[in-house]
Design a protein around this ligand. Structure first.
Ligand SMILES: [Zn+2]
Length: 263
């Protein structure tokens, strides 16, 4: 099956690269792959199109990649760099005259509700989208599979970030998508039932910090999951593209904005 296409819309962490406050940091400003917008991923499983997270940069990302009607948005957690572009999803309402289905855990839902209550519509009936956005929340649970059309999705619990975060396993392990974490529970490894074709894993800061693992820990996790291909994503100014590329094994690549992976 080779009709899965994944586009990294934004490969940056919360401040993007360069950062307004701190500039380029350890990133080479002459390498265009170091210019990183905030995180977002577009997955095309044949005709089923999904987004993971909608950052404040989602509008320009959707225009650049001509993203239109989608089957749903999967949220990993309620930090601004992952949900800050939710308002722009109203354009999908205007396009389809239907609700936009969003999928999130209860904890993430609470964070979304606090900030974007006016976007949420609890009725299956779409609102008058000229006046009001209309996003329909679907509450999901860690380790409990759900499907969107032909795609099997299992949310998995990430550990040690500053808010509750989850990743996703697609099609029993074919694709594993991890979001912000400090450590990985054994249960996550157990839930990956097949050798993944692709692992997408965040490495915010190669040195590690309170809520993020170091580059060395990320490499250990890649070895343990043992995917055919690994993409290091969600990078801040400490992670130069060439540095990450040169210090990883042959199957591992740093993400960059607009990167496309086909399976
Ligand atoms: Zn983030």
């Amino acid at each position: 099956m080779s009709n899965i296409k994944i586009t990294i819309l934004g490969s940056g962490a919360a401040p993007g690269v360069p950062s307004v406050g701190l500039g380029w940091g350890e990133c080479n400003p002459n390498n265009p792959k170091n210019v990183r917008t905030r995180t977002g991923t577009y997955l095309e499983f044949g005709t089923t199109k999904l987004l993971i997270d909608t950052s404040p940069d989602i509008r320009s990302q959707m225009l650049k990649h001509q993203i239109g009607a989608i089957a749903g948005i999967l949220y990993t957690h309620s930090h601004s760099d992952h949900i800050g572009g939710m308002d722009d999803m109203r354009e999908l309402n205007r396009l389809t005259h239907e609700n936009v289905n969003i999928y999130c855990t209860k904890a993430t839902y609470k964070g979304i509700e606090q900030r974007f209550d006016y976007l949420l519509n609890h009725s299956k009936e779409v609102r008058n989208v000229i006046l009001m956005p209309s996003l329909y929340p679907n509450i999901i649970e860690n380790y409990s599979d759900f499907t969107i059309n032909n795609v099997d999705i299992k949310p998995i619990k990430m550990t040690g970030h500053s808010v509750e975060t989850n990743g996703f396993i697609f099609n029993q392990g074919q694709i594993v998508y991890l979001a912000d974490f400090k450590s990985i529970d054994e249960e996550v490894y157990k839930q990956i039932k097949t050798r993944p074709e692709l692992l997408i894993i965040p490495c915010t800061n190669k040195h590690g910090c309170t809520f993020h693992p170091s580059f060395d820990v990320v490499k250990d996790i890649i070895n343990k999951i043992n995917p055919k291909q690994a993409i290091i994503n969600h990078m801040a100014i400490e992670n130069d593209y060439d540095f990450i590329n040169e210090n990883t094994d042959e199957r591992t690549f740093p993400a960059y904005d607009g990167m496309v992976i086909e399976i």
